[in-house]
Design a protein around this ligand. Structure first.
Ligand SMILES: CC(C)(COP(=O)(O)OP(=O)(O)OC[C@H]1O[C@@H](n2cnc3c(N)ncnc32)[C@H](O)[C@@H]1OP(=O)(O)O)[C@@H](O)C(=O)NCCC(=O)NCCS
Length: 169
Protein backbone atom coordinates (compact mmCIF):
# COMPACT_ATOMS: atom_id res chain seq x y z
CA UNK A 1 0.00 0.00 0.00
CA UNK A 2 1.55 3.35 -0.92
CA UNK A 3 2.35 5.56 2.06
CA UNK A 4 0.25 8.36 0.59
CA UNK A 5 -2.97 6.33 1.01
CA UNK A 6 -2.47 5.92 4.77
CA UNK A 7 -3.44 8.38 7.45
CA UNK A 8 -1.35 8.95 10.53
CA UNK A 9 -3.37 8.13 13.66
CA UNK A 10 -4.19 11.07 15.90
CA UNK A 11 -1.91 11.01 18.93
CA UNK A 12 -0.99 13.35 21.75
CA UNK A 13 2.72 13.99 22.12
CA UNK A 14 4.21 14.90 25.46
CA UNK A 15 7.45 14.55 27.31
CA UNK A 16 7.67 11.49 29.54
CA UNK A 17 8.56 11.80 33.22
CA UNK A 18 9.41 9.21 35.88
CA UNK A 19 5.68 9.27 36.75
CA UNK A 20 5.02 7.50 33.44
CA UNK A 21 6.86 4.44 34.71
CA UNK A 22 3.85 2.09 34.53
CA UNK A 23 2.94 3.17 30.99
CA UNK A 24 6.55 2.87 29.83
CA UNK A 25 6.98 -0.63 31.31
CA UNK A 26 3.66 -1.80 29.77
CA UNK A 27 4.66 -0.32 26.43
CA UNK A 28 7.95 -2.20 26.19
CA UNK A 29 6.47 -5.39 27.64
CA UNK A 30 3.78 -5.26 24.95
CA UNK A 31 6.22 -5.19 22.03
CA UNK A 32 6.66 -8.24 19.85
CA UNK A 33 9.87 -10.23 20.06
CA UNK A 34 10.74 -8.92 16.60
CA UNK A 35 10.39 -5.29 17.63
CA UNK A 36 12.34 -5.89 20.83
CA UNK A 37 15.10 -7.56 18.83
CA UNK A 38 15.28 -4.67 16.39
CA UNK A 39 15.35 -2.11 19.22
CA UNK A 40 17.52 -3.86 21.80
CA UNK A 41 19.22 -6.67 19.93
CA UNK A 42 17.39 -9.17 22.15
CA UNK A 43 13.86 -10.62 22.09
CA UNK A 44 13.42 -9.83 25.77
CA UNK A 45 14.03 -6.73 27.82
CA UNK A 46 15.22 -7.38 31.34
CA UNK A 47 14.10 -5.72 34.56
CA UNK A 48 17.27 -3.64 34.91
CA UNK A 49 17.03 -2.38 31.36
CA UNK A 50 13.33 -1.54 31.82
CA UNK A 51 14.19 0.47 34.91
CA UNK A 52 16.78 2.44 32.92
CA UNK A 53 14.16 3.22 30.28
CA UNK A 54 11.87 4.73 32.93
CA UNK A 55 14.63 6.88 34.47
CA UNK A 56 14.25 9.95 32.30
CA UNK A 57 15.59 13.19 33.75
CA UNK A 58 14.58 15.66 31.02
CA UNK A 59 18.22 16.73 30.57
CA UNK A 60 20.63 13.93 29.77
CA UNK A 61 17.89 11.36 29.13
CA UNK A 62 14.89 12.83 27.37
CA UNK A 63 11.90 10.83 26.17
CA UNK A 64 8.73 11.84 24.39
CA UNK A 65 5.67 9.66 24.18
CA UNK A 66 2.87 9.37 21.65
CA UNK A 67 -0.39 8.62 23.45
CA UNK A 68 -3.58 7.40 21.87
CA UNK A 69 -6.66 7.19 24.08
CA UNK A 70 -4.35 7.61 27.07
CA UNK A 71 -2.24 4.61 26.04
CA UNK A 72 1.45 4.99 25.22
CA UNK A 73 1.92 3.78 21.63
CA UNK A 74 5.33 5.18 20.73
CA UNK A 75 8.46 6.68 22.26
CA UNK A 76 11.30 8.76 20.95
CA UNK A 77 14.24 9.29 23.26
CA UNK A 78 17.70 10.71 23.30
CA UNK A 79 20.47 10.03 25.77
CA UNK A 80 23.59 12.19 25.97
CA UNK A 81 26.87 10.34 25.63
CA UNK A 82 28.36 12.74 28.19
CA UNK A 83 26.38 14.64 30.83
CA UNK A 84 25.50 18.02 29.31
CA UNK A 85 27.17 17.04 26.02
CA UNK A 86 25.93 18.06 22.60
CA UNK A 87 25.77 14.56 21.08
CA UNK A 88 22.98 12.12 21.88
CA UNK A 89 22.05 8.58 21.02
CA UNK A 90 18.57 8.55 19.47
CA UNK A 91 16.10 5.67 19.63
CA UNK A 92 12.55 5.37 18.35
CA UNK A 93 10.04 2.67 19.22
CA UNK A 94 6.46 2.32 18.01
CA UNK A 95 3.96 -0.30 19.20
CA UNK A 96 3.63 -3.06 16.64
CA UNK A 97 0.05 -2.32 15.59
CA UNK A 98 0.91 1.34 15.01
CA UNK A 99 4.06 0.81 12.98
CA UNK A 100 4.18 2.07 9.38
CA UNK A 101 1.65 4.79 10.06
CA UNK A 102 3.98 7.76 10.40
CA UNK A 103 4.50 7.79 14.17
CA UNK A 104 8.23 7.06 14.01
CA UNK A 105 8.63 10.03 11.68
CA UNK A 106 6.50 12.20 13.97
CA UNK A 107 8.57 11.30 17.04
CA UNK A 108 11.84 11.95 15.22
CA UNK A 109 10.64 15.40 14.19
CA UNK A 110 9.61 16.15 17.76
CA UNK A 111 13.02 15.13 19.10
CA UNK A 112 14.66 17.39 16.52
CA UNK A 113 12.45 20.29 17.59
CA UNK A 114 13.28 19.99 21.28
CA UNK A 115 16.97 19.20 20.73
CA UNK A 116 18.14 22.72 19.91
CA UNK A 117 16.52 24.22 23.00
CA UNK A 118 18.32 21.64 25.11
CA UNK A 119 21.77 22.20 23.67
CA UNK A 120 21.75 19.03 21.58
CA UNK A 121 23.54 19.45 18.25
CA UNK A 122 24.17 15.93 17.01
CA UNK A 123 21.95 12.88 16.67
CA UNK A 124 23.75 9.55 16.65
CA UNK A 125 21.92 6.49 15.30
CA UNK A 126 22.92 2.87 15.71
CA UNK A 127 20.72 0.53 13.70
CA UNK A 128 20.87 -3.23 13.18
CA UNK A 129 21.63 -4.35 9.65
CA UNK A 130 18.23 -6.05 9.26
CA UNK A 131 16.24 -3.08 10.56
CA UNK A 132 15.13 -1.97 7.13
CA UNK A 133 12.23 0.13 8.38
CA UNK A 134 14.47 2.34 10.51
CA UNK A 135 16.97 2.53 7.67
CA UNK A 136 14.23 3.66 5.27
CA UNK A 137 13.02 6.23 7.75
CA UNK A 138 16.51 7.74 7.84
CA UNK A 139 16.98 7.44 4.10
CA UNK A 140 13.83 9.48 3.55
CA UNK A 141 15.83 12.25 5.26
CA UNK A 142 18.82 11.65 3.02
CA UNK A 143 20.71 9.83 5.79
CA UNK A 144 22.57 6.65 4.86
CA UNK A 145 24.19 4.54 7.55
CA UNK A 146 27.80 3.35 7.52
CA UNK A 147 27.83 -0.38 8.20
CA UNK A 148 30.43 -2.34 10.11
CA UNK A 149 30.02 -5.77 11.66
CA UNK A 150 26.25 -5.79 11.07
CA UNK A 151 25.62 -2.42 12.69
CA UNK A 152 24.80 0.77 10.85
CA UNK A 153 25.80 4.10 12.31
CA UNK A 154 25.22 7.73 11.43
CA UNK A 155 26.00 11.05 13.09
CA UNK A 156 23.69 13.79 11.82
CA UNK A 157 23.06 17.40 12.90
CA UNK A 158 19.82 17.36 14.90
CA UNK A 159 18.53 20.33 12.90
CA UNK A 160 18.72 18.21 9.76
CA UNK A 161 15.43 16.56 10.75
CA UNK A 162 13.51 19.80 11.17
CA UNK A 163 12.72 20.02 7.48
CA UNK A 164 10.69 16.81 7.34
CA UNK A 165 11.34 13.89 5.00
CA UNK A 166 12.15 14.25 1.33
CA UNK A 167 9.30 13.80 -1.13
CA UNK A 168 9.08 10.22 -2.45
CA UNK A 169 10.83 9.72 -5.81
C1 LIG B 1 11.58 1.67 13.27
C2 LIG B 1 10.31 2.32 13.82
C3 LIG B 1 10.65 3.19 15.00
C4 LIG B 1 9.76 3.20 12.71
O1 LIG B 1 8.56 3.78 13.17
P1 LIG B 1 7.25 3.69 12.28
O2 LIG B 1 6.20 4.45 12.97
O3 LIG B 1 6.98 2.28 11.94
O4 LIG B 1 7.79 4.47 10.99
P2 LIG B 1 6.94 5.42 10.02
O5 LIG B 1 5.52 4.97 10.01
O6 LIG B 1 7.22 6.83 10.37
O7 LIG B 1 7.57 5.07 8.65
C5 LIG B 1 7.35 3.75 8.19
C6 LIG B 1 6.46 3.74 6.95
O8 LIG B 1 5.30 4.52 7.09
C7 LIG B 1 5.20 5.44 6.00
N1 LIG B 1 4.72 6.74 6.51
C8 LIG B 1 5.45 7.74 7.03
N2 LIG B 1 4.68 8.78 7.36
C9 LIG B 1 3.42 8.44 7.03
C10 LIG B 1 2.16 9.08 7.13
N3 LIG B 1 2.01 10.31 7.62
N4 LIG B 1 1.09 8.43 6.73
C11 LIG B 1 1.20 7.24 6.22
N5 LIG B 1 2.35 6.54 6.11
C12 LIG B 1 3.45 7.14 6.49
C13 LIG B 1 6.56 5.59 5.47
O9 LIG B 1 6.53 5.85 4.09
C14 LIG B 1 7.17 4.27 5.77
O10 LIG B 1 6.95 3.36 4.75
P3 LIG B 1 8.06 2.26 4.43
O11 LIG B 1 8.23 1.42 5.69
O12 LIG B 1 7.47 1.53 3.29
O13 LIG B 1 9.31 3.02 4.09
C15 LIG B 1 9.24 1.28 14.20
O14 LIG B 1 8.93 0.51 13.09
C16 LIG B 1 9.65 0.41 15.37
O15 LIG B 1 9.39 0.72 16.52
N6 LIG B 1 10.32 -0.74 15.09
C17 LIG B 1 10.75 -1.65 16.15
C18 LIG B 1 11.79 -1.01 17.06
C19 LIG B 1 12.91 -0.41 16.26
O16 LIG B 1 13.38 -0.96 15.29
N7 LIG B 1 13.37 0.78 16.68
C20 LIG B 1 14.45 1.48 16.06
C21 LIG B 1 15.75 1.11 16.72
S1 LIG B 1 17.09 2.06 16.05
Amino acid sequence: MPATSRTRPAVTLRQLTPHDRTAVVSFYQGLSERSLSLRFGSATVGHVHLEQLTKVDGQDHVAWGAFRGGVLVGTGRFVRFQPGGATVDVALTVADVYQRQGLGQLLLERLARVAGAQGVEWFSFTVLGDNHRMQRLLERHGVWLRFEAGLGEALVPAAHFLGGPMAPQ
